[in-house]
Design a protein around this ligand. Structure first.
Ligand code: ATP
Length: 347
Protein backbone atom coordinates (compact mmCIF):
# COMPACT_ATOMS: atom_id res chain seq x y z
CA UNK A 1 0.00 0.00 0.00
CA UNK A 2 1.08 3.53 -0.62
CA UNK A 3 0.16 7.10 0.02
CA UNK A 4 -0.55 9.14 -3.11
CA UNK A 5 0.18 12.85 -3.13
CA UNK A 6 -1.22 14.94 -5.96
CA UNK A 7 -0.18 18.57 -6.05
CA UNK A 8 -1.92 21.05 -8.31
CA UNK A 9 -2.10 18.78 -11.34
CA UNK A 10 -3.49 20.29 -14.52
CA UNK A 11 -4.22 18.59 -17.84
CA UNK A 12 -5.15 20.38 -21.05
CA UNK A 13 -6.55 18.82 -24.21
CA UNK A 14 -6.11 21.72 -26.62
CA UNK A 15 -8.25 24.48 -25.16
CA UNK A 16 -10.10 22.13 -22.77
CA UNK A 17 -8.88 22.10 -19.18
CA UNK A 18 -9.88 18.51 -18.42
CA UNK A 19 -8.30 18.69 -14.94
CA UNK A 20 -7.66 22.01 -13.25
CA UNK A 21 -5.20 22.28 -10.32
CA UNK A 22 -6.21 18.98 -8.70
CA UNK A 23 -4.64 18.48 -5.25
CA UNK A 24 -5.29 15.61 -2.86
CA UNK A 25 -3.48 13.48 -0.34
CA UNK A 26 -4.69 9.89 -0.52
CA UNK A 27 -3.72 8.06 2.64
CA UNK A 28 -2.13 4.65 3.01
CA UNK A 29 -4.85 2.02 2.72
CA UNK A 30 -7.55 4.57 2.00
CA UNK A 31 -10.47 3.98 -0.37
CA UNK A 32 -10.95 7.26 -2.21
CA UNK A 33 -13.54 7.82 -4.91
CA UNK A 34 -13.48 10.50 -7.58
CA UNK A 35 -17.11 11.27 -8.30
CA UNK A 36 -18.66 13.59 -10.85
CA UNK A 37 -20.78 13.83 -13.98
CA UNK A 38 -19.62 12.66 -17.39
CA UNK A 39 -16.79 14.80 -18.74
CA UNK A 40 -15.76 16.31 -15.38
CA UNK A 41 -12.21 14.99 -15.72
CA UNK A 42 -12.19 12.01 -13.36
CA UNK A 43 -10.89 9.43 -15.84
CA UNK A 44 -8.19 11.85 -17.00
CA UNK A 45 -7.03 12.29 -13.39
CA UNK A 46 -6.94 8.51 -12.84
CA UNK A 47 -5.01 7.99 -16.09
CA UNK A 48 -2.44 10.55 -14.94
CA UNK A 49 -1.96 8.66 -11.67
CA UNK A 50 -1.54 5.47 -13.72
CA UNK A 51 0.89 7.07 -16.17
CA UNK A 52 -1.30 6.64 -19.28
CA UNK A 53 -1.67 10.39 -19.62
CA UNK A 54 0.93 13.12 -19.09
CA UNK A 55 0.03 16.13 -16.95
CA UNK A 56 0.82 19.67 -18.16
CA UNK A 57 1.82 20.80 -14.70
CA UNK A 58 1.85 19.72 -11.05
CA UNK A 59 3.35 16.73 -9.27
CA UNK A 60 2.23 13.19 -8.45
CA UNK A 61 3.93 11.05 -5.81
CA UNK A 62 3.18 7.36 -5.23
CA UNK A 63 4.74 6.59 -1.87
CA UNK A 64 8.06 8.46 -1.82
CA UNK A 65 8.43 8.12 -5.54
CA UNK A 66 7.89 11.25 -7.65
CA UNK A 67 6.27 9.70 -10.74
CA UNK A 68 5.17 12.80 -12.62
CA UNK A 69 6.51 16.34 -12.72
CA UNK A 70 6.62 18.17 -16.06
CA UNK A 71 8.49 21.01 -14.36
CA UNK A 72 11.27 18.61 -13.26
CA UNK A 73 10.98 16.60 -16.49
CA UNK A 74 10.10 13.46 -14.57
CA UNK A 75 7.68 10.87 -15.92
CA UNK A 76 7.58 7.24 -14.81
CA UNK A 77 5.77 4.94 -17.29
CA UNK A 78 2.87 2.81 -15.97
CA UNK A 79 4.97 -0.36 -15.59
CA UNK A 80 7.32 1.49 -13.21
CA UNK A 81 4.52 2.64 -10.88
CA UNK A 82 3.58 -0.69 -9.24
CA UNK A 83 -0.15 -0.23 -9.71
CA UNK A 84 -3.05 -2.51 -10.57
CA UNK A 85 -5.84 -1.21 -12.75
CA UNK A 86 -9.35 -2.28 -13.75
CA UNK A 87 -11.38 -0.52 -16.41
CA UNK A 88 -15.05 -0.29 -17.25
CA UNK A 89 -14.89 -2.75 -20.13
CA UNK A 90 -13.87 -6.15 -18.84
CA UNK A 91 -10.64 -6.03 -20.82
CA UNK A 92 -9.87 -9.69 -20.34
CA UNK A 93 -8.24 -11.40 -23.30
CA UNK A 94 -10.84 -13.67 -24.88
CA UNK A 95 -8.38 -16.17 -26.39
CA UNK A 96 -6.60 -16.82 -23.07
CA UNK A 97 -7.85 -19.02 -20.24
CA UNK A 98 -8.75 -17.41 -16.92
CA UNK A 99 -5.46 -18.70 -15.53
CA UNK A 100 -3.39 -17.19 -18.34
CA UNK A 101 -5.22 -13.87 -18.12
CA UNK A 102 -4.43 -13.55 -14.43
CA UNK A 103 -0.90 -14.93 -14.73
CA UNK A 104 0.04 -12.53 -17.54
CA UNK A 105 1.48 -9.65 -15.44
CA UNK A 106 3.75 -12.15 -13.65
CA UNK A 107 4.82 -13.85 -16.89
CA UNK A 108 6.02 -10.62 -18.46
CA UNK A 109 8.10 -10.01 -15.35
CA UNK A 110 9.88 -13.31 -15.99
CA UNK A 111 8.94 -14.86 -12.65
CA UNK A 112 9.54 -18.60 -12.08
CA UNK A 113 6.72 -20.92 -13.23
CA UNK A 114 5.89 -22.47 -9.87
CA UNK A 115 5.65 -19.07 -8.20
CA UNK A 116 3.41 -17.82 -11.02
CA UNK A 117 1.16 -20.81 -10.48
CA UNK A 118 0.96 -20.27 -6.72
CA UNK A 119 0.27 -16.52 -6.93
CA UNK A 120 -2.26 -16.88 -9.75
CA UNK A 121 -4.26 -19.51 -7.90
CA UNK A 122 -4.13 -17.34 -4.77
CA UNK A 123 -5.47 -14.33 -6.71
CA UNK A 124 -8.27 -16.45 -8.21
CA UNK A 125 -9.15 -17.71 -4.77
CA UNK A 126 -9.31 -14.12 -3.51
CA UNK A 127 -11.99 -13.19 -6.05
CA UNK A 128 -13.88 -16.49 -5.54
CA UNK A 129 -12.92 -17.95 -8.91
CA UNK A 130 -11.01 -20.98 -7.70
CA UNK A 131 -12.07 -23.82 -9.96
CA UNK A 132 -12.46 -21.56 -13.00
CA UNK A 133 -8.78 -21.43 -14.00
CA UNK A 134 -9.16 -23.44 -17.22
CA UNK A 135 -12.24 -21.69 -18.58
CA UNK A 136 -12.25 -19.15 -21.36
CA UNK A 137 -13.72 -15.70 -20.61
CA UNK A 138 -16.63 -16.44 -22.98
CA UNK A 139 -17.66 -19.20 -20.57
CA UNK A 140 -18.02 -16.70 -17.71
CA UNK A 141 -20.73 -14.21 -16.69
CA UNK A 142 -20.05 -10.46 -16.80
CA UNK A 143 -19.46 -10.35 -13.05
CA UNK A 144 -17.04 -13.27 -13.23
CA UNK A 145 -15.13 -11.63 -16.09
CA UNK A 146 -14.79 -8.47 -14.06
CA UNK A 147 -13.44 -10.58 -11.18
CA UNK A 148 -10.82 -12.00 -13.55
CA UNK A 149 -9.79 -8.41 -14.34
CA UNK A 150 -9.65 -7.69 -10.61
CA UNK A 151 -7.52 -10.79 -9.92
CA UNK A 152 -5.16 -9.77 -12.74
CA UNK A 153 -4.86 -6.28 -11.23
CA UNK A 154 -4.06 -7.74 -7.80
CA UNK A 155 -1.77 -10.62 -8.74
CA UNK A 156 1.45 -8.60 -8.66
CA UNK A 157 0.54 -7.24 -5.22
CA UNK A 158 0.40 -3.60 -6.31
CA UNK A 159 0.81 -0.80 -3.79
CA UNK A 160 -2.08 1.03 -5.41
CA UNK A 161 -5.26 -0.15 -7.12
CA UNK A 162 -6.93 2.14 -9.67
CA UNK A 163 -10.51 1.31 -10.67
CA UNK A 164 -12.37 3.14 -13.43
CA UNK A 165 -16.13 2.43 -13.30
CA UNK A 166 -15.41 -1.29 -12.99
CA UNK A 167 -19.02 -2.21 -12.25
CA UNK A 168 -20.93 -0.13 -14.76
CA UNK A 169 -21.43 -2.98 -17.24
CA UNK A 170 -23.05 -5.19 -14.62
CA UNK A 171 -26.72 -5.41 -13.69
CA UNK A 172 -27.96 -3.62 -10.58
CA UNK A 173 -27.99 -6.62 -8.23
CA UNK A 174 -24.56 -7.84 -9.22
CA UNK A 175 -23.19 -4.32 -8.97
CA UNK A 176 -24.34 -4.12 -5.40
CA UNK A 177 -22.81 -7.43 -4.36
CA UNK A 178 -19.54 -6.61 -6.17
CA UNK A 179 -19.34 -3.35 -4.20
CA UNK A 180 -19.12 -5.38 -1.01
CA UNK A 181 -16.64 -7.82 -2.51
CA UNK A 182 -14.29 -5.07 -3.66
CA UNK A 183 -14.55 -3.33 -0.30
CA UNK A 184 -13.87 -6.56 1.61
CA UNK A 185 -10.89 -7.33 -0.59
CA UNK A 186 -9.50 -3.85 -0.14
CA UNK A 187 -9.76 -4.13 3.65
CA UNK A 188 -8.18 -7.57 3.65
CA UNK A 189 -5.23 -6.55 1.45
CA UNK A 190 -5.06 -3.07 2.97
CA UNK A 191 -4.36 -1.67 -0.48
CA UNK A 192 -4.85 2.00 -1.35
CA UNK A 193 -7.69 2.38 -3.85
CA UNK A 194 -8.65 5.24 -6.15
CA UNK A 195 -12.07 4.55 -7.62
CA UNK A 196 -13.64 6.57 -10.42
CA UNK A 197 -17.42 6.62 -10.75
CA UNK A 198 -20.36 8.80 -11.73
CA UNK A 199 -22.61 6.67 -9.51
CA UNK A 200 -23.04 8.41 -6.20
CA UNK A 201 -24.56 5.38 -4.47
CA UNK A 202 -21.47 3.38 -5.37
CA UNK A 203 -19.14 6.08 -4.07
CA UNK A 204 -21.16 6.46 -0.88
CA UNK A 205 -21.21 2.71 -0.20
CA UNK A 206 -17.50 2.05 -0.61
CA UNK A 207 -15.44 5.16 0.07
CA UNK A 208 -13.59 6.44 3.09
CA UNK A 209 -13.60 9.82 1.34
CA UNK A 210 -15.08 11.17 -1.88
CA UNK A 211 -13.60 13.83 -4.16
CA UNK A 212 -16.44 15.54 -6.00
CA UNK A 213 -15.41 17.07 -9.33
CA UNK A 214 -17.20 19.44 -11.68
CA UNK A 215 -15.75 20.76 -14.93
CA UNK A 216 -12.21 19.74 -14.04
CA UNK A 217 -12.26 21.38 -10.62
CA UNK A 218 -12.51 19.72 -7.18
CA UNK A 219 -15.65 20.97 -5.47
CA UNK A 220 -15.31 19.12 -2.16
CA UNK A 221 -13.34 16.36 -0.48
CA UNK A 222 -15.06 14.66 2.42
CA UNK A 223 -16.54 11.52 3.90
CA UNK A 224 -19.76 10.22 2.32
CA UNK A 225 -21.65 11.70 5.28
CA UNK A 226 -20.04 15.13 4.84
CA UNK A 227 -20.69 15.44 1.13
CA UNK A 228 -24.28 14.29 1.56
CA UNK A 229 -25.25 16.18 4.70
CA UNK A 230 -23.12 19.30 4.24
CA UNK A 231 -22.45 19.73 0.53
CA UNK A 232 -20.07 22.62 -0.08
CA UNK A 233 -22.24 24.16 -2.77
CA UNK A 234 -25.39 23.88 -4.81
CA UNK A 235 -23.80 21.81 -7.58
CA UNK A 236 -22.84 19.07 -5.12
CA UNK A 237 -26.21 19.15 -3.35
CA UNK A 238 -27.82 18.62 -6.74
CA UNK A 239 -25.42 15.92 -7.92
CA UNK A 240 -25.41 13.83 -4.76
CA UNK A 241 -28.85 12.65 -3.74
CA UNK A 242 -32.17 14.30 -4.57
CA UNK A 243 -33.04 17.84 -3.65
CA UNK A 244 -35.83 20.44 -3.90
CA UNK A 245 -34.48 23.93 -4.67
CA UNK A 246 -36.71 26.79 -3.56
CA UNK A 247 -36.07 30.56 -3.70
CA UNK A 248 -35.39 31.92 -0.25
CA UNK A 249 -33.86 34.69 1.77
CA UNK A 250 -31.02 34.03 4.20
CA UNK A 251 -31.34 35.91 7.48
CA UNK A 252 -29.32 35.65 10.64
CA UNK A 253 -29.73 32.07 11.97
CA UNK A 254 -32.86 31.52 9.87
CA UNK A 255 -33.94 31.16 6.28
CA UNK A 256 -37.22 32.56 5.03
CA UNK A 257 -39.02 30.73 2.20
CA UNK A 258 -41.79 33.03 0.89
CA UNK A 259 -43.52 30.45 -1.34
CA UNK A 260 -44.02 28.16 1.65
CA UNK A 261 -44.72 31.01 4.05
CA UNK A 262 -42.09 29.43 6.26
CA UNK A 263 -39.08 30.48 8.32
CA UNK A 264 -36.73 27.72 9.44
CA UNK A 265 -33.62 27.73 11.60
CA UNK A 266 -30.45 27.51 9.51
CA UNK A 267 -26.68 27.94 9.80
CA UNK A 268 -25.05 29.92 6.99
CA UNK A 269 -22.43 32.62 6.68
CA UNK A 270 -24.17 35.11 4.41
CA UNK A 271 -27.46 36.96 4.18
CA UNK A 272 -29.71 38.02 1.35
CA UNK A 273 -31.00 36.21 -1.72
CA UNK A 274 -30.57 32.47 -1.36
CA UNK A 275 -31.70 29.06 -2.44
CA UNK A 276 -33.12 26.65 0.11
CA UNK A 277 -32.19 23.05 -0.70
CA UNK A 278 -34.37 20.45 0.95
CA UNK A 279 -33.92 16.74 0.36
CA UNK A 280 -37.16 14.79 -0.19
CA UNK A 281 -36.43 12.62 2.83
CA UNK A 282 -36.05 15.72 5.05
CA UNK A 283 -39.79 16.31 4.64
CA UNK A 284 -42.56 14.25 6.14
CA UNK A 285 -46.28 14.38 5.64
CA UNK A 286 -48.57 15.20 8.51
CA UNK A 287 -52.24 15.74 9.28
CA UNK A 288 -51.30 18.72 11.45
CA UNK A 289 -53.31 21.64 10.10
CA UNK A 290 -50.78 24.13 11.45
CA UNK A 291 -48.13 22.72 9.07
CA UNK A 292 -47.52 24.07 5.55
CA UNK A 293 -50.44 22.79 3.45
CA UNK A 294 -50.21 21.33 -0.04
CA UNK A 295 -52.15 19.25 -2.53
CA UNK A 296 -50.99 15.81 -3.65
CA UNK A 297 -50.24 15.82 -7.37
CA UNK A 298 -48.63 12.45 -7.81
CA UNK A 299 -47.85 9.40 -5.73
CA UNK A 300 -45.47 6.53 -6.49
CA UNK A 301 -45.44 3.54 -4.17
CA UNK A 302 -41.84 2.26 -3.82
CA UNK A 303 -42.37 -0.58 -1.37
CA UNK A 304 -40.14 0.75 1.38
CA UNK A 305 -41.32 4.36 0.95
CA UNK A 306 -43.74 6.57 -0.95
CA UNK A 307 -42.45 9.16 -3.42
CA UNK A 308 -44.85 12.13 -3.44
CA UNK A 309 -45.15 15.30 -5.53
CA UNK A 310 -46.99 17.94 -3.58
CA UNK A 311 -48.15 21.27 -4.96
CA UNK A 312 -47.56 24.09 -2.49
CA UNK A 313 -48.69 27.47 -3.81
CA UNK A 314 -47.78 26.52 -7.38
CA UNK A 315 -44.39 24.97 -6.57
CA UNK A 316 -43.98 21.19 -6.79
CA UNK A 317 -42.21 19.71 -3.81
CA UNK A 318 -40.90 16.14 -3.85
CA UNK A 319 -41.29 14.21 -0.62
CA UNK A 320 -40.00 10.70 0.06
CA UNK A 321 -41.66 9.44 3.18
CA UNK A 322 -40.41 6.15 4.58
CA UNK A 323 -43.00 6.01 7.31
CA UNK A 324 -45.64 6.51 4.63
CA UNK A 325 -48.13 7.11 7.40
CA UNK A 326 -50.47 8.80 4.98
CA UNK A 327 -50.16 6.22 2.23
CA UNK A 328 -53.95 5.95 2.01
CA UNK A 329 -53.94 9.50 0.60
CA UNK A 330 -53.97 10.04 -3.13
CA UNK A 331 -53.95 12.73 -5.82
CA UNK A 332 -56.04 15.76 -5.01
CA UNK A 333 -55.94 15.29 -1.21
CA UNK A 334 -54.70 18.10 1.05
CA UNK A 335 -51.80 17.28 3.38
CA UNK A 336 -49.41 19.05 5.72
CA UNK A 337 -45.63 19.12 5.18
CA UNK A 338 -43.14 19.08 8.01
CA UNK A 339 -39.60 20.27 7.18
CA UNK A 340 -36.92 18.62 9.27
CA UNK A 341 -33.78 20.10 7.73
CA UNK A 342 -32.85 22.73 5.19
CA UNK A 343 -29.56 23.58 3.48
CA UNK A 344 -28.99 27.14 2.29
CA UNK A 345 -26.80 28.36 -0.59
CA UNK A 346 -26.26 31.79 -2.10
CA UNK A 347 -28.53 32.28 -5.09
N1 ATP B 1 -7.81 12.20 -25.48
C1 ATP B 1 -8.56 13.30 -25.38
N2 ATP B 1 -8.50 14.28 -26.31
C2 ATP B 1 -9.25 15.40 -26.20
N3 ATP B 1 -10.09 15.63 -25.19
C3 ATP B 1 -10.22 14.72 -24.24
C4 ATP B 1 -9.46 13.48 -24.27
N4 ATP B 1 -9.79 12.75 -23.19
C5 ATP B 1 -10.70 13.47 -22.51
N5 ATP B 1 -10.96 14.64 -23.11
C6 ATP B 1 -11.88 15.71 -22.63
O1 ATP B 1 -11.51 16.03 -21.31
C7 ATP B 1 -12.65 16.20 -20.48
C8 ATP B 1 -12.63 15.24 -19.32
O2 ATP B 1 -12.76 13.91 -19.80
P1 ATP B 1 -12.75 12.63 -18.85
O3 ATP B 1 -12.81 11.42 -19.70
O4 ATP B 1 -11.64 12.73 -17.90
O5 ATP B 1 -14.11 12.82 -18.06
P2 ATP B 1 -14.86 11.80 -17.12
O6 ATP B 1 -15.32 12.60 -15.96
O7 ATP B 1 -14.05 10.62 -16.83
O8 ATP B 1 -16.11 11.40 -18.00
P3 ATP B 1 -16.83 9.97 -18.21
O9 ATP B 1 -17.53 9.64 -16.94
O10 ATP B 1 -17.78 10.26 -19.33
O11 ATP B 1 -15.75 9.00 -18.57
C9 ATP B 1 -13.85 16.04 -21.41
O12 ATP B 1 -14.26 17.31 -21.83
C10 ATP B 1 -13.30 15.22 -22.56
O13 ATP B 1 -14.01 15.50 -23.73
Amino acid sequence: MAEVKIESVTKLFGEVKAVNAFSALIRNGEFLSILGPSGCGKTTMLRMIAGFEKANSGEIYIGDHLVSSPEKKIFAPPEKRNIGMVFQSYAVWPHMSVFDNVAYPLKIKGIAKDIIREKTLQALDMVHLDGYADRLPSQLSGGQQQRVALARALVSEPQLLLLDEPLSNLDAKLRESMRFEIKELQKKLNVTVVYVTHDQAEAMAMSDRIVVMHQGVIQQIGSPLEVYETPANRVIADFIGLVNFIDAEARQDTVHIPSLGLTLPSQHDFSGKAVAAIRPEYISLTQDEQAVQGTIVHKVYLGDAVDWRIDVNGAQIRVIDKAAALSQYSSGDRVGLEFKKVMVFPE
